[in-house]
Design a protein around this ligand. Structure first.
Ligand code: GUE
Length: 283
């Protein structure tokens, strides 16, 4: 058996096609959506990720605003940029690219973002609203995972989902989305303290591997036919490695490749959040 590939790159392109007319309608009203990125320092991976986001914006007609600060920027330098973007009507949503250089305290900077401009969906107000079931921008990676499963008709209602990893961007919030009535899944959140990880994963219809540990999920841990989402990426000596061992493709029913799976979906959801913010600002 060989898994159906959950093609995030192709799905991202489909989502971009769907966003383009919405962006065009806003542009006709003189309200072209704008995404800004705040990038501090010269980490090559961060530069390459940010570049990809701006290329994405160009593809769908979103204006992109690029703020770059030197590696030795102070907390108040970044605060000034945040305040400027909060006040800029051309910016409907923005992100502060993480990680930040170590002299900076990320928490207060992220909290300073106006919640209605939170494109990542990770502002404390957005996460609080998600818990409360109130409307808010949704975290991009969890939203991208659910969107990918939906577009491949992987059933969520009643499904057992094992989430591996408790990080703020994926593991912690995804259970909040999956257990909404509209998704209706049952979620087990596993982490390094989980007593028998293999046993938890083996029970699951859907596995979300977001621990950041190369090849943590092996074929013997996966129930035949399960959907497996490979979210983690680690730079190793032999290149980028996902959290899912390649042999899982022989057992799983559905598998998201890495790269080409959840990364592109995260970017598609970032743009969706910005278009939605611009639509809300226009209404
Ligand atoms: N405020 C903030 N928001 C983020 O969303 C955020 C961040 N900071 N800091 C870093 C991480 C990382 N991240 C990625 C998103 C997409 C790909 C992506 O599209 N990757 C391609 C491959 C790209 C390549 O080959 O390098 C893929 O998976 O196919 C990668 C990484 C967002 N992040």
């Amino acid at each position: 058996m060989s898994a159906t590939i959950l093609d995030g790159k192709a799905t991202k392109n489909t989502i971009f096609e769907e966003l383009r007319p919405r962006v065009a309608r806003l542009a006709e009203q003189g309200r072209t959506p704008g995404l800004a990125t705040v990038l501090v320092g010269d980490d090559p991976a961060s530069h390459s990720y940010v570049r990809a986001k701006h290329n994405d914006c160009a593809k769908v007609g979103i204006n992109s605003i690029r703020k770059e600060l030197p590696a030795d920027a102070s907390q108040s330098d970044v605060e000034a940029v945040v305040d400027e973007l909060n006040a800029d009507p051309a910016c409907h949503g923005y992100i502060i690219q993480l990680p930040l250089p170590e002299q900076l305290d990320a928490g207060p900077l992220l909290e300073r973002i106006a919640p209605e401009k939170d494109a990542d969906g990770l502002h404390p107000i957005s996460l609080g609203r998600l818990v409360l079931g109130e409307q808010a921008p949704l975290p991009c990676t969890p939203r991208g995972i659910i969107e990918l499963l939906r577009r491949y008709d992987v059933p969520l209602a009643g499904a057992r989902v094992a989430v591996v990893g408790r990080g703020i961007t994926v593991g912690r919030p995804i259970g909040l989305l999956l257990t909404r009535r509209s998704e209706n899944a049952t979620v087990t959140l596993c982490h390094t303290g989980t007593k028998d990880l293999a046993e938890e994963v083996r029970r699951a219809d859907i596995v979300v591997a977001a621990a950041g540990r190369p090849h943590l999920i092996t074929a013997d841990m996966v129930r035949p036919g399960a959907a497996v989402l490979d979210v983690g990426v680690t730079r190793t000596d032999s290149g980028l490695a996902g959290d899912v061992h390649p042999d899982v493709a022989e057992v799983a029913g559905f598998l998201s490749p890495n790269p080409g799976g959840i990364g592109p979906m995260t970017r598609a959801m970032l743009l969706s959040n910005v278009v939605e913010a611009a639509e809300r600002a226009a209404s």
